[in-house]
Write a protein that binds this ligand. Sequence first.
Ligand code: AMP
Length: 268
Amino acid sequence: MEPDYFSLRMHASVEGAHLSGAERLLLPADLEGAVQELVRRALAHPAGQADAIRLNIDRVESARLSRGMLPDLRTLLVADVVEGRAAVHQLLRRTGVTDVAIKSAMTAMAQGAAGAGRNMRGAMLVDAVSGERREPDKERGVRASRMDLAPRAAELLDQELAALGLGHRNVREALVLAGKVSQAPGVVAELCWSDDPDYSAGYVCSGSLGYLRLPHLKTCGDPHGGRAFFITPGTAVEPLMDWLQACPVLFEQIGRCHPAIPWREYAP
Ligand code: AMP
């Protein structure tokens, strides 16, 4: 019988502001090493050293795990942030998100979606038609948690990503998060760019498009970033938030990892 897993969640902050977070699902033998790695990460973040690190560890019965497959990944090459954001706009339009919803999400992310120039800890829930923000707490947002790769899938994905020159941990973690979010009931598409000032890449992900990574969605040095989960109008927010936060998803299979192509040549 397969042993139970543990959910490990890390949140690090400085003076109450979000600094870094991570979500893992691990077999007991891998837990201690992962705790050490996440503490180290919080203490050596490029944006500063954490002054508070919270770790939560909860057992997850293996029978409760939902087993899934990651979306396919492709990098679409863009020259700069202007082309990157224009590409994002067109991609999201293809998933049915309206102009007004795209603009409202991107404006919030570019300014710090928590207000007063601050980044959110989690994601915005944006009505895909009206652009209205539906998350109850505009600072915390919604956190997707309790998702990870099974050990064999992690090994395979690391090999594929390294072969494409995408060995950065951010890519792997974002792909897993996006894989869970794209399966969520009511979610149409997701947009993300990092709040790490040294990391300018971001992505659009949906069930139909897969995970499309764009190398420039902000300029280097910009500390603002965020996530928007675009949802179908009328989606009940509480059950969606519960699913995103609590339903454990383990990816046992990876999707296809395609080589990069210029954005203009992308024809799904
Ligand atoms: P990161 O890619 O870690 O730099 O995160 C970029 C932004 O995405 C953060 O500022 C948060 O707003 C949001 N975010 C980070 N982790 C999560 C998560 N687990 N669930 C939802 N949103 C997240």
